[in-house]
Design a protein around this ligand. Structure first.
Ligand SMILES: Cc1cc2nc3c(=O)[nH]c(=O)nc-3n(C[C@H](O)[C@H](O)[C@H](O)COP(=O)(O)OP(=O)(O)OC[C@H]3O[C@@H](n4cnc5c(N)ncnc54)[C@H](O)[C@@H]3O)c2cc1C
Length: 486
């Protein structure tokens, strides 16, 4: 054999390709995905870009931090950046804003104080969340006008109401921005918007010694809840000396450099500070620029696995849509559990186990001073009709505990039911704080999610003991009453 004829036996090369999972946004959805992906596939490179300084924080706790019940913003953080980096091996880059996604070349571009950085990805999650809506009313840019969407908003608001509250500060000649222009610190405060943030903040601000004026342009507060729940919470807010103005569209926030009054069609209410809580909108600019499709709700459209129209690009949390359990239609429900659940599902999928994050029922809870309320499913008749149902609504008031038990109060339960089939479409509850409206809502979530009929709900084998409820829990009574009225 000549050398030219030599046969070379080539051993197949062992090709080791490490996949990279890039996450944009370092809160509930983003960090759930990053942690889960890394835990399930330790060989995966996981890179998270977060434009702010905080990650994995609980914005839901901000009203209670502002109120003064939670002492430090750090207490709202569930996992610190150091823990993510050192214990979970996630390459977390805070202070990095992703400004471009190029799905063709699978590259994201991030900007930080150190300049621009390009990062390749195999899988990408957009978890950019939602931002507080700033309505186009005159005076939004005046000093003393706040929104509450981020940790830094929370810090500013706490600084304001905390300083105003402190007796020590009241003695100081320079009492800080809250008080410089006032004779006393406890001036009136305006809240624009009667959704859950407006209601929670009414409690937080009033607890700091301010007179609270809450403006709602519609005819009721908490409009996602049932009318009966809204009414119960409204009565309670008024009992707590919150001045609630219903049907009053705020036309402007008047003043000089600083806000001095809320202006409505009916007049002016002097205030020293205003919190605007008129809802949130999904943060979708980055996705849209990358050619990622939005759905009808304005949030990012995804399939059941949270994958967008662009292959290997996912979207989860407040920036994305999810399928509603009752209507089967895409819905935008910007709440914390959905963000955590869907983020975690994306993490599992990327790590090799395709996982659906599950549908949403729009379940929400709120505390208002000494009341609690919860809602789930579809309560609005128009929306139910659009989904092909024939809705009817029944409300009952029942005792929260056995009549002979020394404590207790009233639980108000509203059920919305499809008249022909009896299917439970939605529920809403209110009670005194600690009397179980929120915990009782969990039974309704089960019924709404499983498409259970109201007669079946009335036979649910719920737990009973005198300190917790009556033999027929208020939820069961409501189901019996609604069934009887069909
Ligand atoms: C005051 C308040 C009270 C709330 N109370 C409740 C409650 O009681 N119950 C409940 O269920 N929900 C509540 N929520 C809503 C809940 O906080 C959100 O549903 C949840 O935080 C959504 O998580 P997310 O990860 O989708 O988005 P976010 O928490 O908004 O996080 C998105 C992150 O992405 C970052 N980001 C955005 N764009 C970029 C970019 N281009 N580059 C890098 N980073 C970027 C942002 O800085 C942010 O940190 C409340 C929210 C607020 C503000």
């Amino acid at each position: 054999m000549t050398s030219a004829e030599a046969v070379f036996i080539v051993q197949p090369a062992v090709v080791c390709t490490v996949s990279t999972f890039v996450v944009v946004g370092g809160d509930a959805a983003g960090m759930s995905a990053a942690s889960k992906a890394k835990r399930d596939d330790p060989d995966l490179d996981v890179v998270v870009f977060e434009k702010g300084e905080w990650v994995s924080y609980g914005a839901c706790g901000l009203p209670y931090y502002i109120k003064g019940e939670i002492q430090s913003l750090d207490d709202l953080v569930s996992v610190t950046p150091e823990e993510f980096r050192e214990e979970r091996d996630v390459d977390l880059r805070t202070g990095h804003e992703v400004v471009d996604v190029d799905p063709e070349s699978r590259v994201v571009t991030a900007q930080s104080d150190d300049g621009e950085l390009r990062q390749e990805y195999d899988h990408l999650l957009v978890a950019t969340g939602a931002e507080a809506v700033t309505p186009s009313i005159e005076g939004m840019d005046r000093e003393g006008v706040y929104t509450l969407g981020s940790m830094s908003d929370g810090r500013d608001l706490r600084e304001y109401v905390g300083r105003a509250r402190s007796d020590e500060d009241l003695q100081q000649p320079d009492r800080g921005p809250a008080c410089q222009f006032l004779e006393t610190c406890n001036g009136p405060v305006g809240i624009v918007g009667g959704g859950y943030i407006g209601v929670e903040m009414a409690e937080a601000i009033a607890a700091n010694g301010f007179e609270v004026h809450l403006f709602q342009r519609g005819d009721r507060i908490l409009k996602e809840f049932s009318e009966a729940t809204s009414e119960a919470v409204l009565d309670h807010l008024r009992d707590e000396d919150v001045a609630v103005y219903l049907g009053e569209e705020v036309e402007g926030l008047a003043g000089g450099d600083r806000v001095e009054a809320v202006v409505t069609g009916d007049g002016r209410v002097p205030v020293e500070m205003v919190l605007v809580g008129t809802g949130v909108r999904p943060r979708t600019d980055l996705a849209e620029d990358a050619g990622i499709e939005l759905g009808e709700t304005g949030a990012i459209a995804t399939d059941a696995y949270r994958e967008t129209n662009v292959p290997d690009v996912y979207a989860a949390g407040d920036c994305a849509e999810a399928e509603h359990v009752v209507t089967g239609e895409p819905a935008h429900v910007p709440l914390a559990l959905t963000a955590n659940r869907h983020g975690r599902a994306v993490g599992k999928t990327v790590a090799g186990e395709p996982t659906e994050g599950g549908r949403v029922a729009g379940t929400a809870a709120v505390k208002a001073f000494e009341m609690e309320a919860a809602r789930t499913g579809v309560l609005d008749h128009e929306r139910a009709r659009e989904a092909g149902f024939e809705p009817m609504t029944e409300t009952i008031d029942a005792k929260s505990r056995a009549g002979y038990y020394p404590e207790g109060g009233t639980v108000r339960v509203t059920l919305t039911v499809d008249r022909p089939s009896g299917r439970v479409l939605g529920g809403s509850l209110a009670s005194e704080y600690g009397e179980g409206a929120v915990h009782r809502s969990h039974a309704l979530v089960g019924a709404v999610t499983e498409g259970v009929a109201v007669d079946e709900l009335s036979n649910y084998d719920l737990a009973y003991a005198p300190p917790f409820n009556t033999t027929w829990d208020p939820v069961l009574t409501a189901a019996k009453v609604a069934d009887g009225k069909r």
